[in-house]
Each structure stands twice: as C-alpha cells, then as structure tokens.
Ligand binder design. Structure first.
Ligand code: CUA
Length: 371
C-alpha cells in the first residue's frame, strides 16, 4: 500500500510530538539542574556573563566584529537587490497573467527576448567578482592582523590543555616577572588587563576548541599538534566562553572563565598560586583519606600527590567553580561532586570512590582549606 506524502508528514509530526511528550521529565530535570553558568560570586562587572561577539573587549575581537558587520552589510545589500528583482518579476508576471485573461487574443505575445545581452552578462560577472574580491581582501587583512605566528612583546605565556571535559592552564615561568616556577591550575584563567596573553593550545585526548567570544576568535586544541592564539583584555571583569568543538558527552559543560584583572590583582593571584599548598593540621584526617584512596593517582596537590589525569587541586579553594565552570564551588556542591560526580556531570571521567559519609566530610573539609 502506498502512503500519501501528506499522511507521511502527519505521521512524522505526531511522532515528534509523542517523543517530546515522553521526554518532558528529563527536560524538566535539565531545567532544574544547577546550571549557574553565568552567575558567579564575583561582583558583576559591565557585560559580565555576556558571551556575544558584538561586545568585544580586545582589539582582535573588535576587528572580528567590524569584519562581520561589513560582511553582513554586503550580504544584506545582495539579499535586498535579489529579492527586489524577484518581487518585481512576480508582480509583473501576475499582472501579465491577468491581462492575458482579460484579452485572450494577446496572450500568445512573447516577452521581450534579451538572451545574449552583453551589458547584462558583463554586469553579473564583474559585480560578483568585485564583491568576492573585496570580501576576500578584508578577510585576509583581518586574519593577518589577529593570527600572529609569534608571541607579541611582553606577552604572558600560558599553555592551555584541553581534557574531557575541563581546561588545564600552565603559566610559563617568566624571569622578567620574577616567577621561576610554572603555575598549574584548572578551568579559571586569570590574566592581566592591558598585556598580551599568548596561549599555546594543546589537547590530552580529542579535539576541543577555545572560544571566549569577547576576547578572541575561536581556535582548536588538537592532539599531537600545537596551535596558538592571543588577546589583550582591556577592562577588568569575568569573560565567559565555551568549548566550541563537540568533544563528547559533556562538551556543553566544558565552560571557560577568564578573569581579567589589573596588574596588582593579577600579581597577587599569581603570588598566591605560586605558594605551596596550605597545611592545616585540623583537616589531617581528610588529607589521609585523599592519599589513602585513588584521589592522589589523578590529582596533584603540591607536596601531597602528583597525579596528572585530573585537575591540579593545590589551590582548589581559591576558585569560584568546579566541574569546569559548571557549578559554584561550595562545600555542599564539592561534597556531592566527590560522592558521585556522575550525578552532577553525567559521563564525566572521575569515578565515585564510594566513600563513607565521615570520609566524605573529612576529604571535603580538607579540600576546602586549599586556598
Ligand atoms: Cu571540549 Cu567540546
């Protein structure tokens, strides 16, 4: 039996409605999930939480925005002209059809034949060539301006390593700044304003993409290959971003947070990060839990463990979020995360160690001291 196309379409629509209806539970769960992506405990600065490419905060993103305005304007003009011709043709066609109805004798009249018109052929060849040439030249100029092959003078150099599903940051030791040790942190990138930041992009597993729309363009992190990008943040604030290349289950929760600070604040942050981990005797039990279980195989806490698989936790408690910007760092959230990360970020690579309640409390308290 042959099903009519209209019936097929109706079936598809009904199937889609049924699917949506049976999935409302998981949809509701998703909506109530603790997605505090744009809300943070740091004071709101102008435009914080905005990820739009139309509110740039660096010279490079301003160039990208201006280029997109130009491309959009040219394309809009083409759209208006083409649609204008189309509308004129339709109106004339309808008029002609009506005239033919009123006067059947005249309906056999052919329209004016303009095949082979030299001026028209030349116009629709030359105009598009000029448009493509202009678009090509301005794009090449923009790429040359923003895609440098070497770090600008005085740049702060940071290696960014993409992991499923978090970001590792290694601040290069820099004799000019008197910093002699590489600082390793995760998920929250701190940068000074007014100074170029040079990012070396690498990956530990699959392809990710670094994208903080207000600060820089988009660049892939590729396993076995090193890419680079740079930006200079202009005003202090929190700049949000997002991994922009599908990299597995939790790609959507591989969030980027860039804290742009004035140089005094940034230096203070870097000095604090260079210090060894806080040793607090009151949480010795939690530290013992950390070293006794598999935690220490994956995480580094300077002076305690040197695991490399997960984020460095030496100064965990100095961060605003956990789970790659996915949720605020509070004692309750951290405890639930350690108890079973899968309940918060399904599919994440950190296992639940099935700790007893007192062990969970102890290790959470210990980690919360690591300022
Ligand atoms: Cu990492 Cu998508």
């Amino acid at each position: 039996m042959r099903v009519k196309p209209k019936l097929q379409l109706l079936g598809l629509v009904l199937a889609a409605i049924a699917f949506a209806a049976t999935n409302t539970d998981s949809f509701a769960a998703l909506q109530s999930a603790p997605l505090e992506v744009c809300d943070s405990s740091i004071p709101p600065t102008e435009g914080a939480g905005v990820t739009g490419i139309f509110s740039p905060n660096s010279a490079t993103t301003r160039e990208i925005r201006d280029l997109s305005y130009l491309v959009f304007a040219i394309c809009a003009a083409i759209f208006v002209v083409v649609q204008g011709f189309l509308v004129v043709a339709i109106v004339r066609g309808v008029k002609a059809a009506r005239a033919a109805k009123r006067d059947p004798a005249g309906s056999s009249r052919e329209p004016v034949q303009i095949y082979g018109s030299v001026p028209i052929e030349v116009a629709w060849t030359v105009i598009p060539v000029i448009i493509v040439f202009v678009l090509g030249m301005v794009t090449i100029r923009t790429i040359r301006n923003i895609d440098l092959t070497n770090p600008p003078d005085g740049a702060l150099e940071v290696t960014v390593i993409g992991h499923q599903w978090w970001w590792e940051y290694r601040y290069e030791a820099d004799a000019r700044d008197g910093i002699t040790r590489t600082i390793i942190t995760a998920n929250e990138l701190h940068v000074p304003i007014g100074r170029p930041v040079w990012l070396r992009l690498e990956s530990a597993d699959v392809i990710h993409s670094f994208w903080v729309p207000r600060l820089a363009g988009k660049m892939d992190l590729i396993p076995g290959h090193s890419n680079a990008m740079w930006f200079t943040a202009e005003t202090p604030g929190l700049y949000l971003g997002q991994c922009a290349e599908y990299c597995g289950t939790q790609h959507a929760h591989m969030l980027l947070r860039v804290y742009a600070e004035d140089s005094a604040q940034f230096d203070a942050w870097r000095a604090a990060q260079s210090k060894p981990a806080v040793e607090d005797a009151t949480v010795a039990k939690g530290r013992a839990v950390f070293t006794q279980y598999a935690c220490m195989n994956c995480h580094t806490i300077a002076g305690t463990s040197d695991g490399m698989f997960g984020p460095n936790l030496t100064h965990l408690a100095s961060r605003d979020t956990i789970g790659s910007g996915f949720i605020d760092l509070t004692r309750a959230n951290l405890r639930q995360w350690i108890a079973d990360p899968d309940t918060m970020k399904a599919g994440c690579n950190m296992p639940s160690l099935k700790l007893a309640d007192d062990e969970l409390d102890a290790v959470t308290d210990y980690l919360m001291t690591l300022k």
